[in-house]
Design a protein around this ligand. Sequence first.
Ligand SMILES: [Zn+2]
Length: 242
Amino acid sequence: MPISVQRPLAALAALAAAALLATALPALAQPGPASACLFIHHAGLHTLPDGSLSDDASPAAQLRYSQLLREARQRISDTFGAPQASPLVVFFSQPQGFGRYRLNAVGSAQFIGSRACVLMGPKGQNVDALAHELVHAEIHHRAGALKRWLQLPTWFDEGVAMQVDYRPRYALAAGDAANASQVRQLNSFGAFFAGDEQTVVRNYARARYEAAGWLASTGCHTLYQRLARMQAGESFAEISAP
Ligand SMILES: [Zn+2]
């Protein structure tokens, strides 16, 4: 039985890896976050005592980064329980990226198959932005790469990450609560991030509000168990039942 189960799963995983690589490959000409994540160990970065990487080896930067990581992980622990994911966390100090890689100056989480990277730029070196990206890595770890990629709605992924991200910019606009559930139609990355900056900021605010409601009815402390059930085969609708 394990063989008949494993073979299709292995084939599916290989297909998914190939598809993910295919999306990463065009980026190699102008290397971006996906290739930075793939080739991170060849980027000439310094390894900090806590395992994170940085282009700035100064003792002051190391102290600041280690402190940020501790605070961000503590915030996640306080909200959902202790995180278990161990993404490669990279702090870079120049807004355009590091080495030949061109990156988001705030931060992003990148997933290549089971590999997870959290790439934090100079504009994202705060607990809000770091905890946000670390929650994406935790969801990826708990639900599994394939389930997160194929079945987890993007509004939910972003909304859960927003629970540890207190930036006031993403507060729901006055009177918008009645419209917030519209964000639940934005199931794909492309749909969630379509539109101008104002639209995307509004999507984040609505996702934060809707995910807070989801978590209030299911219990924040059950999030990890529910994502594990999804990894084990249940649908998002099934794990959403209170
Ligand atoms: Zn996010």
